[in-house]
Ligand binder design. Structure first.
Ligand code: DSN
Length: 469
């Protein structure tokens, strides 16, 4: 706690639990006013982005909508503090209050995930993954992760990224049914004896069997890292099995399904006090040093404040209701698209993701993405199993239900959204991998229906005076 005894008089707003006019509120208001007055160009771009988010239907699986209180914490004066180290052990003075902020974030992360250890400093899940991998492994050692083209992440060993170039990366993929081929994971693990196996994905719609991954890792003598960036909210809500006591270490971002700021977390369960590699104390002490000083410098305390706020919300009943709608919406959208003849990879979904293979429609993912965006429906092109197109073209599209669920949409709205998607894609005439024709009347009608739907389900806490485009 901050020592206020040296102040002539402690300000009343510090102890008043519901003050009307705290300096913090004035600063944020003044900041917004200054931005509008002095930087109209930037201000307008931010306003346009607000309008876009409010009036379009985001079905991007990796996007979310943060609570305004998370935005406030992110915009707070904690941004001004440099605080290398950890609470109680900093390399700079003046850290009493930010120590408290970081302790709150750590406690909440541990509580939400039932973890024994949490590190809230990683700037993103990518940095969390790289902190973990580069601490556990030496350059040239073997990493086994999911192929990017089959649903993995860049950091899991893609040749385009650091992990794929500094480690000897081996990839596993999907079986013919579109689910992780656990038999292949085991075969590859026993053949190549990787130092680390990574599980977790960015475009995979089925439940991940973390216990099975751990059994394979133990048999092969590997560490298991679970990256739950995409399903962190479902795990927190108890709607997807948790890896925390299966994996040696778990990573997640905070800005997808946790509805928090851009950032990452490192979590550990039962292995927190196991011996670390190379005789470096416990795993908890090892990963503490892996983040700072090994991989990162000073943490972003404003982001940590925002993480603390998002994690407080993630422990509440409203969050659990949203997580329930995330599943409902995705299942209903996958079902409806399937009924309308779309090829859903793996035949359905058990999380927030619906992966649609567009090969049988002779349409690239890019064409689908562009045509839908014209109509106010925001998705992303995605590679699908067996895809030979470049990542910026994609043979399919990925839909996600986080944003729709945050707006309060459930199964009925998912069916309507699937119908709107079908109306657009059914009317598109592809003219190549990038070019297409879309009848203007389809565009106008679908756009109007999307606007009406967004009016009915506004972004919670983001009012617009002028709500129409
Ligand atoms: N991993 C990318 C995605 O899933 O869209 C970015 O977060």
């Amino acid at each position: 706690m901050l020592d206020t005894t040296t102040l002539a008089e402690a300000p009343t707003w510090l102890s008043d639990p519901s003050p009307a006019d705290r300096p913090f509120q004035q600063i944020v208001r003044t900041g917004a006013e200054l931005l509008a007055a002095e930087d109209p160009e930037l201000s307008r771009a931010l306003d346009e982005e607000h309008l876009r988010q409010a009036t379009t239907l985001s079905l991007v699986a990796s996007c979310s909508v943060v609570d305004p209180s998370v935005l406030a914490a992110q915009s707070s004066i904690a941004v001004n503090v440099t605080a290398e180290g950890y609470p109680g052990k900093r390399y700079h003075a003046g850290c009493a209050a930010v120590d408290e902020i970081e302790r709150l974030a750590v406690e909440r992360a541990r509580e939400v995930f039932g973890a024994r250890y949490a590190n809230v400093q990683p700037h993103s899940a990518t940095t969390a993954n790289y902190a973990v991998l580069s601490a556990l492994m030496r350059p040239g050692e073997t990493l086994l992760g999911m192929n990017l083209a089959e649903g993995g992440h860049l950091t899991h060993g893609s040749p385009a990224a650091y992990a794929g170039q500094y480690f000897r990366a081996i990839g596993y993929g999907l079986a013919a049914d579109g689910r992780i081929d656990y038999g292949q994971v085991r075969e590859l693990a026993l053949e190549h004896r990787p130092k680390v196996i990574v599980c977790g994905a960015t475009a995979y719609s089925r439940t991940v069997d973390f216990a099975r991954f751990r059994a394979i890792a133990d048999e092969a003598g590997a560490y298991l890292v679970a990256d739950i960036s995409h399903i962190g909210g479902l795990v927190a809500a108890g709607l997807h099995p948790s890896p925390v006591d299966h994996a040696h270490v778990t990573t997640t971002c905070t800005h997808k399904q946790l509805f928090g700021p851009r950032g990452g977390l490192i979590l550990m369960g039962r292995d927190h006090d196991a011996p670390a590699p190379r005789g470096r104390g416990t795993m908890a002490a090892f990963f503490q040093r892996a983040v700072f000083p090994f991989y990162q410098g000073a943490p972003a305390l404003n982001a940590i404040a925002a993480k603390a706020r998002a994690l407080a919300l993630a422990g509440g009943p409203e969050f659990r209701a949203t997580a329930g709608r995330i599943l409902e919406f995705a299942e209903a959208a996958a079902g409806e698209l399937g009924r309308r003849g779309y090829h859903i990879v793996s035949g359905g979904t058990e999380n927030h993701t619906v992966l649609v293979d567009l090969a049988d429609r002779r349409m690239s993912g890019l064409v689908a993405e562009l045509a839908l965006e014209e109509c106010g429906i925001v998705v992303n092109k995605n590679r699908v199993p067996g895809d030979t197109t470049p990542a910026l073209i994609g043979g399919g599209m990925r839909l996600g239900s986080n944003g729709a669920a945050r707006r309060g949409m459930g199964a009925a709205e998912a069916v309507l959204c699937a119908e709107l998607v079908d109306r657009v894609l059914g009317a598109v005439e592809p003219l190549g991998l990038r070019e297409y024709r879309l009848p203007p009347e389809v565009r106008a009608r679908v756009r109007a229906e999307v606007t009406a739907l967004c009016d009915r389900f506004p972004l919670p806490g983001y009012p617009l005076r002028e709500h129409r485009v």
